[in-house]
Design a protein around this ligand. Structure first.
Ligand SMILES: [Zn+2]
Length: 186
């Protein structure tokens, strides 16, 4: 899914904060509600919406009876709360190895209001997170019965959230520490 930075001392830079979730799932106490966040590094080409380093926020929620509808409602609530009720939210199918089904929450682009521009690659929509129902094989691996227990996870990059919040065309701007930009966003 992501290319990794390998260091010369046999260490790597983490590509995601999901390892935190794995430790909590091992405790086998329901419900599991974990938020994890931190800096992550991915060896990929930088563009308007990708950087080699960003701050990731992830959530996992596991208990009996959770459904995809709960996940979509939660994400919609978070995005509408953050961006306002006028921003549109939609979901597209995605593939992630540890969730099934997987979804990509999108919002209408702040820069072009859905018309299509370079930062949103002409789509008019920006994928703002990755999410899905935790795959039954993951549940089995951690000793949960997938017939009884279900859960969901979603993760997002805070800098991409910020570009859509402040309407800045490229993510790098968020890390430039340009005082004029900071004042605009204050
Ligand atoms: Zn756009």
């Amino acid at each position: 899914m992501q290319d990794t930075f390998y260091l010369s001392n046999d260490r790597i830079l983490r590509t995601q904060t999901t390892s935190v979730q794995a430790r909590e799932l091992q405790k086998k106490e329901l419900p599991v509600k974990v938020a994890s966040f931190g800096r992550v590094f991915r060896n990929e080409t930088e563009d308007h919406s990708h950087q080699v380093m960003f701050h990731q926020f992830e959530l996992v929620w596991l208990e009996e009876g959770l459904t995809l509808s709960n996940l979509m409602a939660l994400i919609t609530h978070v995005l509408k709360g953050l961006y306002g009720k006028r921003r549109k939210v939609r979901f597209v199918p995605k593939f992630y190895p540890y969730t099934d089904p997987s979804i990509g929450p999108q919002i209408d682009c702040a820069l072009c209001r859905g018309e299509g521009c370079a930062p949103c690659n002409g789509a008019g929509w920006v994928t703002i997170a990755g999410a899905g129902m935790i795959h039954r094989n993951v549940l089995l691996e951690f000793g949960y019965d997938p017939e009884k227990v279900s859960g969901f996870a979603f993760g997002l990059g805070t800098s991409r959230l910020a570009t859509q919040f402040f309407g800045v065309p490229t993510m790098r701007t968020v890390y430039d520490n340009d005082f004029r930009r900071i004042q605009e966003g204050a």
